[in-house]
Design a protein around this ligand. Sequence first.
Ligand SMILES: CC(C)(COP(=O)(O)OP(=O)(O)OC[C@H]1O[C@@H](n2cnc3c(N)ncnc32)[C@H](O)[C@@H]1OP(=O)(O)O)[C@@H](O)C(=O)NCCC(=O)NCCS
Length: 169
Amino acid sequence: MDVSIRAANVEDCKDIARMIMELSEYENIADQMKVTQRDLEQDGFSKNPFFHGVVAEVPEQHKTKEGHTKIGYALYFYSYSSFSGRAVYMEDLYVMPEFRGKGIGKALMSNVAQLGLAAGCNQLNFSVLDWNKPSLDFYISQGSVDITASMGYHHMRCEGEALQHLAQP
Ligand SMILES: CC(C)(COP(=O)(O)OP(=O)(O)OC[C@H]1O[C@@H](n2cnc3c(N)ncnc32)[C@H](O)[C@@H]1OP(=O)(O)O)[C@@H](O)C(=O)NCCC(=O)NCCS
């Protein structure tokens, strides 16, 4: 199938928001989904973007029965490792169920890797839920290593009231 993998633009935010919702349903965390299309437009496509995106798009003749041609995406942003320098963090990787197993997830992730390398990064970081065995296996098939298992990292977060409290002078 002729799939185009390209940089996301502001017009893609409606479909990205739809696919983030689909991903959150797949991950059983739809109740935590607070980001709107407008947030994506502002946060990804203003002067100092907080993230960048890549979209997979199929030609009209392969659109879904609901009429969607944007059928996968990845979001990423740049970060920094004090040990090894420039890094790229992939926040999401998603392909709609009917398009899986056709090389589209790999092409999206490869695109993020290419962009990261072009920006001088030497790491591509991301996290995956421990029960999501198909995606863990996919990432391992792409040469990734589970550093939670090999290095004992815990993914930590401070948010909500705890974050407000922490920020008090
Ligand atoms: C994970 C996901 C993005 C993979 O996308 P995809 O388009 O189905 O995967 P691809 O067809 O590009 O797979 C490419 C390669 O990975 C391999 N692969 C894919 N799934 C695999 C699995 N479960 N186990 C082992 N290998 C796998 C394929 O065999 C293929 O290998 P090849 O290049 O040697 O032929 C997709 O399944 C998805 O959206 N899953 C639901 C959302 C999700 O869990 N996202 C990750 C959140 S962290």
